[in-house]
Design a protein. Structure first.
Length: 412
């Protein structure tokens, strides 16, 4: 057997293994969806409503931002506030936020960022927002999201358990009008959100996603405040790991999804986003784990194997894998966003998405620099940020004396 033929068989075997993993993932999503439906039929309100502060850092005008903010103004929870933040008045989101505050003055407030303490622009805003928040539960909520009516009720109920330190929601995506946004919403639903659910069900692994992350104020303060992650790009991942591994708290994945609203993104915008995401992800996990995660995108592996040693049988196997992958993505896409239409153009979008995600993943093996919100930054181990011109590392993000170095924390 030649080396090329052996490599071809190896890649095809990996693709088959990854496809089987996706079938298991689909069953996990079906199980999660069933439990969510039963809970919706007989919701359990919290025993005593706890005050919740929604922290929304804004940067630019996201797709349908006005409607996104309106969704958070009508949650029906008895005791909550929405604290909107922008870096300065030059941000295009400032006018939208100001109009929202004028429309819901008793619910929403607008805060301008105080200073620029770190290299993570989102965390810089969170430092300001947390400082003025009135309540004890802090919910980080991205500006491009929407949620269901019982979103805060579920978070409050989960926090009745004192062992819970963090609540995150499975991510889905809605609103696509362009191919780039369709691929974005597909990835959010079929990989990010479905991966959160499967990791929790199969391995009790907590994958905290910052699109919706609820924390107790006392735990954030024990961490050293958001200031402690001011120079970390994956602040959600680091905070989640710190709470579970250092403080012994539990991270809980809620039943209800949080919807990423993507409408008019271009294919290039989609690709650049996941180029950046792959770099962030690889700096947070060991390289063998990063390599293993290529299995959840099996079609490029199968295609490479087929091209290395083409035959009728090999292409039949590749065709079968492609069919299973399409069924998985279409089914999960529908399950993760009930009531939304799944157009037929989703089929070619799945295939293009998988190719672009594979290229982004391969780039993440080697690249360490990102361009985020106009800032060029280098990403070190643990997603620590340093300016590219600096050869000296910044202080450890979790730099209080009692904390472990971030590399040891993430290695766990």
């Amino acid at each position: 057997m030649s080396l090329i033929h052996a490599l071809s068989l190896t890649l095809l075997a990996l693709a088959v293994t990854g496809t089987f993993a996706l079938v298991v993932q689909l069953f996990c999503v079906l199980r999660h969806r069933g439990s969510s439906s039963r809970a919706a039929q007989a919701p359990e309100p919290p025993r005593e409503p706890v005050g919740i502060s929604l922290l929304k850092p804004l940067c630019g005008v996201d797709d349908d931002l006005e409607a996104n903010l309106e969704a958070f103004a009508n949650l029906g929870y008895p005791k909550y506030e929405v604290v909107l933040g922008v870096k300065d008045k030059k941000d295009p989101a400032y006018a939208v936020a100001k109009a929202a505050v004028a429309r819901w003055p008793r619910l929403m407030r607008l805060e301008l960022q105080h200073g620029e303490p770190g290299l993570n622009p989102k965390v810089n805003q969170l430092i300001t927002l947390a400082g003025v928040a009135r309540h004890d539960i802090l919910v980080i909520s991205d500006s491009n999201t929407r949620v269901g009516a019982r979103y805060l009720e579920e978070i409050a109920r989960i926090f009745e358990d004192p062992s819970v330190g963090c609540v995150s929601n499975p991510v889905s995506g809605i609103g696509e009008q362009t191919l780039g946004s369709l691929m974005d919403n597909l990835y959010q639903s079929t990989t990010a959100g479905a991966g959160q659910i499967a990791a929790k069900q199969l391995a009790d692994q907590d994958i905290v996603v910052g699109k919706s992350m609820a924390l107790r104020r006392e735990d954030v303060e024990a961490l050293g405040g958001f200031y402690s992650v001011r120079n970390v790009l994956a602040e959600d991942y680091v905070i989640g790991r710190w709470l579970t591994r250092r403080m012994g708290k539990r991270a809980v994945i809620a039943r209800a999804p949080v919807y990423n609203v993507s409408q008019k993104k271009s294919v290039m915008t989609f690709f650049k986003r996941y180029i950046r995401w792959s770099i962030i992800h690889h700096t947070c996990i060991p390289t063998p784990v990063y390599l293993g995660q290529s299995l959840i995108n099996p079609l490029p592996l199968g295609l490479l194997g087929a091209l290395l040693s083409p035959s009728a049988l090999v292409f039949q196997v590749l065709g079968a894998l492609t069919l299973v992958k399409l069924v998985h993505d279409l089914a999960v896409f529908q399950l993760m966003r009930p009531g939304q239409r799944t157009p037929w153009k989703t089929v070619p979008a799945v295939l293009l998405k998988d190719v672009l995600i594979f290229v982004a993943w391969a780039n993440g093996l080697f690249a360490r620099s990102v361009d985020w919100r106009g800032n060029k930054l280098r990403v070190m181990a643990g997603s620590r940020l340093v300016p590219p011109a600096s050869a000296l590392p910044l202080p450890t993000p979790l730099d209080a004396p009692e904390h472990e170095p971030i590399e040891e924390l993430l290695a766990g």
